[in-house]
Write a protein that binds this ligand. Structure first.
Ligand code: HEM
Length: 432
């Protein structure tokens, strides 16, 4: 079973979880109770009462070695204070300032793809990984002297080690594993710490700082206590944003372009709407409404292929969730993948239909039925950042290129911490 979990985390979700809203079982050997839950009402209770249902400590401990006490891994008061301080930096009004940085990164990708010859085969997922890293780097540090290559290396080392923690590690957890990973990342971590320290010094000396994420973090204050983030907290959160926001967004984009390649009539509508709304000019902060359909495409792609296919919680005590009695220590498995394809919750669950995300249709749905970003107090803090970036990338690339699946290629899902296209996304490029 561990062997299978390592290769495919969705493997442990029995077929009946796509039909039943709750399924209770126990972990073999340890006999700990496990609840597979796709009932939106129960999920709302569990995910809203985050003190009663914290993240699994084992998994967190492992990630914390790389990410410190950034938002993703912190719990209790440390998490709450940081969340209060950081959340305002991700308000839509402030994120709009990042649109030019996002657009510049997307344009650079488009220029690069334009250098491929017509009909050339390439790995779209690889390009999306480079794009989303570039977006984060530009959004975080505008105008500070960053050695891009070294920073890229340090971040990649982090991602290659702490980005790989999976449920297999979490159950098996031999003690050597974290230490090996820790050792590998030590040089990258030392470089990152030094770079961040000098970036902070440089920024503090800047008389007219730009509105990038770094600046927002430096100015962030917990409104309840008035406290600012410490330098260590800023550092931990910068690396957390790279880890949490890089591969996830790239995966969402890769599956979105895959689905567009399979649905030419949806692709046609997308391109027509983008051209009618903004033509060929660069996308600006005022154009986000004009690319609303691109955002719907992105959201629907993440319904069918949620970049984080499952996450889990532990019951802190004996808990009642509606009629469910969840004993202390029970594991709660939540899978956006299963939830989003659940037969009792969705009409034609396996069909790609971006109209499900029209404002009316989305408003009529249970909030906890669609969880690519989780929901409640621990929802993804980068949600609006990712939606903006995803819609812009889809609109800007689709109006210029058509990506068709490479002949003979069918992508396969690799469900680990994230839902990667195994071996990449082989596409053929055509200009429009
Ligand atoms: C399509 C892209 C993304 C997806 C699907 C995604 C998904 C998620 C999910 C499912 C969680 C909750 C995990 C859990 O509760 O166990 C989460 C948390 C988080 N994400 Fe994202 N994310 C994305 C992009 C981003 C971006 C761009 C950033 C930052 C710039 C980011 C930063 C974070 C942080 C800091 C947390 C922890 C929040 C907290 O616990 O308070 N994410 N994300």
């Amino acid at each position: 079973m561990l062997h299978h979990i390592r290769r495919d985390q969705l493997y442990i979700w029995p077929a009946r979880t796509y039909r039943d809203l709750v399924f209770e079982t126990e972990i073999p050997l340890t006999r700990q109770p496990v609840f597979f839950i796709s009932d939106p009402d129960a999920l709302k209770i569990i995910l809203t009462r985050n003190e009663r249902f914290p993240k699994s400590d084992t998994q967190n401990r492992l990630l914390r070695k790389g990410l410190g006490d950034g938002l993703l891994t912190a719990e209790g008061e440390t998490w709450r204070g940081q969340r209060r301080a950081i959340q305002p930096a991700f308000k839509i009004a402030l994120l709009r300032n990042l649109v030019p940085a996002m657009a510049a990164a997307i344009d650079a990708t488009a220029e690069k793809l334009d250098r491929l010859s017509e009909g050339a085969e390439f790995d779209l997922h690889h390009e999306m990984m480079l794009l989303t890293l570039d977006v984060l780097r530009r959004a975080m540090f505008e105008r500070v002297a960053v050695d891009n290559e070294k920073m890229g290396w340090a971040v990649s080392e982090y991602l290659a080690t702490f980005g790989q923690v999976d449920l297999g590690d979490y159950f098996a957890l031999p003690d050597w594993l974290p230490r090996t990973k820790h050792f590998r990342v030590r040089a990258a971590s030392a470089y990152f710490d030094k770079a961040v320290a000098s970036i902070l010094d440089e920024r503090r000396a800047d008389p007219a700082p730009p509105n990038d994420l770094l600046q927002l973090m430096m100015e962030a204050r917990d409104e309840a206590t008035g406290e600012r983030l410490t330098d260590v907290e800023i550092r931990d959160n910068l690396i957390t944003f790279f880890l949490a926001g890089h591969e996830t967004t790239a995966i969402g984009l890769s599956w979105a372009f895959y689905l567009l390649a399979l649905h030419p009539y949806i692709e046609r509508r997308l391109v027509d709407e983008v051209r009618a709304g903004i033509g060929d000019r660069p996308i600006g902060a005022d154009d986000l409404d004009a690319i609303a359909y691109a955002r719907q495409v992105f959201e629907e792609a993440m319904r069918l292929y949620p970049p984080v296919p499952m996450f889990n919680r532990v019951a802190a005590g004996d808990e009642n969730v509606g009629v469910l009695k969840i004993p202390k220590g029970a594991h709660i498995f939540i899978s956006p993948y299963v939830l989003h394809r659940h037969r009792r919750l969705w009409d034609r669950p396996n069909d790609f239909d971006p109209d499900r995300f029209s404002p009316e249709a989305a408003a009529a749905r249970h909030r906890f039925q669609y969880l690519p970003f989780n929901a409640g107090p621990r929802a993804c803090v980068g949600l609006n950042f990712a939606l903006m970036e995803g819609a812009m990338a889809i609109a800007a690339l689709a109006r210029r290129f058509r990506f068709a699946l490479a002949p003979g290629f069918t992508p396969e899902m690799e469900a680990r911490v994230t839902l990667r296209p195994k071996g990449g996304m082989r596409m053929v490029i055509q200009r429009r």
